[in-house]
Design a protein around this ligand. Structure first.
Ligand code: ADP
Ligand code: TRP
Length: 331
């Protein structure tokens, strides 16, 4: 029975790009697997963010968002990385078989070094960033994941995980499954209000759980051209159309294309887009608000998931410890 596993770094508030590109497809995908692991990569987030308030808030918001969007927490093992100490234990064991040269080649680390051109190459780089791929390998290998859905920027980390698993298996005998990445090439990246990729880094995003009024205001800010009502609008170059596409069933999209062709005004198109997005998000927003007002219920759901995940983590770490020779001394 195949195992699907993925992690979400707890940095910042989810936006509708995350919803379209990650949350919604992952929840759909999880329905096809009996054995699912989905976790908050909160230890990974410490590498970038050292504001405790933000770390706490982001974990709560992201957990609440995934629950509100419909992750089946009875079926999916939903947990925090930080609640499974075996991940850190394995991470150290993997450090010992990972060549430093492999980590030198990691894109994220190299990009940070490149930013330091002409100065000390280590400036502002913490050891956590350097070791990031090992912690990620531990996340994956501890649960014997077969498939790992990730964005294309994470592909190298899965290749490294396979490499590290292979080295361990060669040294100590077959122990770890070599995971395959699942990279959905056909999930388009949603543009932000200004036309660049929607991202926290560009501050051009629409918060997934904006209030109705905020959502309406932000949709009104989406950049369009200056064509007037009555003039035919091009769907291909339109950010607004991209949003229609992300939130509308294929069968309805034909009608929207027709409205563009017939020259519906941008103002009316934006009103219509608001209605469509709001209709989808409104029940989720209500659930999200309830969860945010009751963090203890989110905590409870995570603790349930953690109880299940830790049983499997304990079995695997015991096997790994024995393989490397760390075991009781009574023979
Ligand atoms: P950000 O760029 O805002 O920092 P993250 O890197 O935290 O977003 O993204 C988490 C996941 O959400 C990514 O792996 C990707 O699958 C998805 N994602 C992020 N931005 C977008 C977007 N604009 N469109 C579609 N999916 C996105
Ligand atoms: N590094 C991933 C990201 O930034 C998050 C992550 C951490 C992850 N551990 C993982 C993803 C294990 C998949 C599997 O998106």
């Amino acid at each position: 029975m195949s195992i699907l596993l993925t992690g979400i770094t707890t940095s910042g508030t989810p936006h509708i790009g995350n919803y379209i590109g990650a949350i919604k497809p992952s929840i759909e995908q999880s329905k096809n697997f009996k054995n699912n692991f989905l976790f908050l990569a909160d230890y990974h987030s410490l590498i970038k963010n050292q504001d405790p308030e933000l770390t706490y808030k982001s974990s709560l918001e992201i957990a609440a968002a995934w629950i509100a969007c419909g992750i089946d927490t009875k079926k999916v093992n939903f947990y925090r990385q930080s609640s499974i100490p075996q991940i850190l234990e394995l991470s150290w064991i993997l450090n010992a078989v990972t060549p430093k040269g492999l980590l030198n080649r990691a894109h994220a680390y190299k990009a940070a070094v490149d930013l330091n051109e002409n100065t000390d190459p280590d400036k502002g780089i913490n050891a956590g960033l350097f070791n990031y791929p090992i912690l990620m390998s531990a996340d994956i290998l501890l649960f014997d994941a077969d498939f790992v859905p990730v964005g294309s920027d994470q592909k190298q980390h899965i290749e490294m995980t396979r490499d590290i698993a292979g080295r361990f298996n060669n040294t100590y005998g077959n122990t770890f499954t070599l995971p395959e990445p699942i990279i959905s090439e056909n999930t388009p990246l949603l543009s932000g209000l200004d036309g660049r990729k929607m991202s926290k880094s560009y501050n051009n995003f629409i918060k997934l759980f904006s209030s109705e009024n905020e959502l309406r205001k932000l949709i009104n800010q989406i950049v369009t051209d200056s064509l007037l009502p009555g003039e035919e609008k091009d769907t291909k170059s339109s950010i607004l159309f991209e949003y229609f596409k992300a939130f509308t069933k294929d069968s309805k999209l034909k009608d929207i294309k027709r409205l563009f062709k017939e020259g519906m005004g941008w103002g009316d198109l934006k009103k219509m887009l608001f209605e469509i997005i709001n209709q989808e998000l409104s029940p989720l927003r209500q659930k999200y608000d309830e969860l945010m007002n009751s963090p203890e219920s989110v905590e409870e759901i995570l603790i349930e998931g953690e109880k299940k995940a830790i049983i499997q983590a304990e079995i695997k770490i015991k096997e790994v410890r024995e393989k490397v020779g760390i075991k009781p001394l009574h023979g």
